[in-house]
Design a protein around this ligand. Sequence first.
Ligand SMILES: C[S@@+](CC[C@H](N)C(=O)[O-])C[C@H]1O[C@@H](n2cnc3c(N)ncnc32)[C@H](O)[C@@H]1O
Length: 254
Amino acid sequence: MDDSTGSGRLDGESTARATATARGQNSGQNSGQGGGQGSGPGAIAPDGSAVEFYAAMPPDRDSAALVHGAVPPGAAILELGAGAGRVTRPLLDLGHPVVAVDASADMLARIEGAETVRSAIEDLDLGRTFEVVLMMSFLICYGPRRELLETCRRHLAPGGRVIVQRETAGWFDSAGPSEWERQGVRYRLFDVVRHGPDLLSASMEYRLGERAWVHSFTSRRLGDEELEEVLAGAGLRLDGFLDESRGWFTARLA
Ligand SMILES: C[S@@+](CC[C@H](N)C(=O)[O-])C[C@H]1O[C@@H](n2cnc3c(N)ncnc32)[C@H](O)[C@@H]1O
């Protein structure tokens, strides 16, 4: 797993309420989807994610392998919030046809080899179903939970599996101001504010060479105790977990 933060978080992507100020060459700024805000060089997706940063990140082969190991060989995957294809590419390499969905056309323009659909996840209705619906990058902790999961259910074939990545309990309990480096990227988590045990706002700076981006976000915990009820509300049932920290859970049609 590409634990870029060293704290159980893959890469600090997020939505935001706090104001983000990029250090470095600012040429893009955005705030929108899910309240996320981001700034820094290049285009910024509606949720605040920086296109140039995600496009520069190496493929996330660990996450792709985790998904691949949990589904039938060659299973078709609907990837929600695919970004610039950091996971799409290795999923394709592992033999999965992928339909990549994202709200950002700039992100999707970086993806090759997969069908791409520009849409808010909440509004997506492709009129077809998939063996696997994947929604990673903690979107379940940032966006409208019920609507996101209903989209997953709407696109899930009978017998298929939804795979979701959430923030771990450990991350919620321990996240605080910190800095670390991984794969040539310098990360800095700052302005961490706890609004309660289950709601946390913070900003993450990503620094790559001379370029730097800031993404500010608010994350709402999805705990084990509410998981079954939240899934049932969207017509799904809990199926299991893919990792020890329970950051990745799977669900099936109820
Ligand atoms: C932080 S990036 C991660 C992308 C990719 N999953 C990865 O791991 O590299 C999150 C992506 O999700 C997209 N996104 C976030 N919320 C969304 C929503 N509600 N509907 C559509 N796309 C969304 C953003 O545009 C962004 O490209």
